[in-house]
Design a protein around this ligand. Sequence first.
Ligand SMILES: O=C(O)c1ccccc1N[C@@H]1O[C@H](COP(=O)(O)O)[C@@H](O)[C@H]1O
Length: 208
Amino acid sequence: MNRVRIKFCGMTRSEDAMLAARLGVDALGFVFTRKSRRFVDPAAATGMIRRLPPLISSVALFMDDEPAWIRQVISMVRPSLLQFHGEESATDCEGYGLPFLKGVPMASVTDVASYAAGFAGAAGFLLDAHARGEAGGQGVRFDWTRDPGLDRPWLLAGGIDAGNVGEAIRLLRPHAVDVSSGIESSPGIKDAGRMRAFVSAVQATNTQ
Ligand SMILES: O=C(O)c1ccccc1N[C@@H]1O[C@H](COP(=O)(O)O)[C@@H](O)[C@H]1O
């Protein structure tokens, strides 16, 4: 069975990013929408990313942001992937020439496969619990008995932590898990013990 990948999102401190790298996390998310409590300045994110060892993906998260801002962040940060978490169209998402993930607001989307079909160019999808127009990163989960019915890579997000990620993986078998609140002491401030526990819990499912 494939190893479930891990993305830590909402990184704002270099020491957290470096610990994530040592723990073997696959991707780090940096939130560049000012709607978020985890907004990080692009110059600070660039510094964090430059210190990372090779082969860790950096993901730049936006939510209905101005194209000029997105282009400015891309030229400074040079992320591996973009993540769009708002009402962006497929054309919007494809306009930057980078692979992208599209967030799926599970509280508003009943047919996930149809939603995904509208984004043929997406590298993958990020299923999060919130409704359309709401920010993610709220620590809220959706109904994990819902089968998304996707035949493309997708990440499970929303309300996962070390205590429940094992159950989530067994039920849904996502390509990756994406966590923010569940490894924090406060928004944007990651907790070393919670990061370690989360990675251990995911790794335990990879041997089952
Ligand atoms: O994290 C945020 O502040 C955020 C803001 C706007 C859109 C998306 C956001 N976060 C994404 O939501 C998931 C789930 O977060 P949580 O674990 O429930 O707190 C997070 O990983 C981001 O991809």
